[in-house]
Ligand binder design. Structure first.
Ligand code: S3P
Length: 445
């Protein structure tokens, strides 16, 4: 499948001020990890605020197929009874991760430390994404893999190690997925598994492993990096996890609130982990009014209410070292940059080429078709902001939820409506996006 069987197009129109208070769904990264760590623990894990999007539900299915008991117990509340480290059963059927690179790569790490064989698969978008980056370290730890082609594409078969070996691994790119896969495999290895990152990526796996009882230490490495050391074979015990609202989903109403004149909105419980909030820093540099109120934290994850007021934005330069802390937000930042006065240069975006789609090319295409001047120079994206966007474009979403939501946000403030080819993939991360945006005043037809 390269798109939905029956695509549902949608058009966004210029609208009056967005107002009101909403809570966007639970954080996707934390939701995947809560299910996986719950499954690797002994005892009961209670999760509240789980993202019930397709990506996370596929991870829940894979954990069930591997022997964990996972049940919904109320609104966004789930209970997991784990099998313990090394306790996975061999699945009867291929594990299907749909559109989700995170679910797939993290579960590969968890399976790599168990003496079982599993087939990993996904949709056309996931089948086109590189898996070698995760298979390389997992093979060093003793896993064996059989994939289609050099780059290790799905579908692939992974046989976990009977005696996993702890390694010291320097990740070739800043990727929380690679880091997390190595750490999850390292849980089953005797001794210390070390991951070194030149640029720190999101640290939810480290924080949550600590919360579930693992001995894990993270220290600074160089100007922007981290060294993470995990002591293998810990007793992980079930724990309660409160999932904060996802800052990557909040990014869409936040940018909409900035560009739609007169808007004033509040988003509750948004996670403000500094390794995820590069977009907030950038939008503030651009002159955006984004306030954080009532800050608090749970299990090491900070969160706050975010108040956004419509603002005149100006172009800025975004340094490459900020990329890991806003890697999923460049599409919607490019939308904000299109409405700004002046040029925005976003540097060091090579990783965008291997996301749910080639997001560098897709962002440039989305802007161009709506009359915005944009250029890709090497790994940089350069957007010429003129203070308004002509719009009128038809945007191809390429099975990518974030292209779909970014284009719809653009249409809420552009001169002419913006239409997308398919809303279907929005359900992977933000199932209520359209109704929640409408409740704030957005106009879609
Ligand atoms: C994620 C890590 C990022 C991000 C993805 C979620 C995670 O991918 O793009 O949406 O939860 O670990 P990379 O680690 O490959 O950069």
């Amino acid at each position: 499948m390269t798109h939905s069987a029956q695509p549902s197009p949608l058009e966004a129109h210029a609208c009056g001020p967005l107002t009101g208070k909403v809570r966007v769904p639970g954080d996707k990264s934390i939701s995947h990890r809560a299910l996986i760590l719950g499954a690797l623990s002994v005892g009961k894990t209670c999760i509240s605020g789980l993202l019930e999007g397709e990506d996370v539900l596929n991870t829940a299915k894979s954990m069930r197929a591997l022997g964990a008991q996972i049940d919904p117990t109320g609104d966004f509340a789930w209970e997991v009874h784990g099998v313990g480290i090394g306790g996975f059963a061999e699945p009867q059927k291929p594990l299907d991760f749909g559109n989700s690179g995170t679910g797939c790569r993290l579960v590969m790490g968890a399976v790599a430390g168990c003496p079982i064989t599993a087939v990993f698969d996904g949709d056309a978008s996931l089948r086109s994404r590189p898996m070698r980056r995760v298979l390389d370290p997992l093979e060093l730890m003793g896993a064996r893999t059989q994939a289609s082609g050099e780059a290790g594409r799905l579908p692939l078969t992974l046989s976990g190690a009977r005696y996993p070996v702890p390694i010291t691994y320097r990740t070739p790119v800043a990727s929380a997925q690679i880091k997390s896969a190595v750490l999850l495999a390292g849980l089953a290895a005797p001794g210390i598994t070390t991951v070194i990152e030149q640029d720190a990526s999101r640290d939810h796996t480290e924080l949550m492993l600590k919360h579930f009882g693992a001995d894990i230490v993270s220290t600074k490495e160089g100007p922007h990096g981290r060294r993470i050391e995990l002591t293998g074979e810990p007793e992980l015990h079930g724990a309660d996890v409160v999932v904060p609202a996802d800052p990557s989903s909040a990014a869409f109403p936040i940018v909409a609130g900035l560009i739609v004149e007169g808007s004033n909105i509040v988003l509750s419980d948004v996670m403000t982990n500094p390794l995820r909030t590069g977009l907030f820093t950038t939008l503030r540099d651009m002159g955006g009014s984004i306030e954080e109120l009532e800050a608090r934290s749970d299990a090491g994850e900070p969160m706050a209410q975010i108040r956004v007021r419509a603002s005149k934005l100006r172009g800025v330069e975004v340094p490459p070292e900020r990329a890991p802390s806003m890697i999923d937000e460049y599409l919607v930042l490019a939308v904000a940059a299109s409405f700004a006065e002046g040029t925005t240069i976003m540097r060091g975006l090579h990783e965008l080429r291997v996301k749910e789609s080639d997001r560098l090319a897709a962002t440039a295409a989305m802007l161009r078709v709506n009359g915005v001047k944009v250029e890709i120079a090497g790994d940089d994206l350069i957007v010429e902001g003129k203070g308004h966007v002509p719009g009128g474009g038809f945007v191809a979403t390429h099975m990518d939820h974030r292209i779909a939501m970014s284009a719809l946000v653009m249409g809420l403030a552009s001169d002419k409506p913006v239409k997308i080819d398919d809303t279907a993939f929005i359900a992977t991360s933000f199932p209520d996006f359209i109704s929640m945006m409408r409740s704030l005043g957005a106009e879609f037809s």
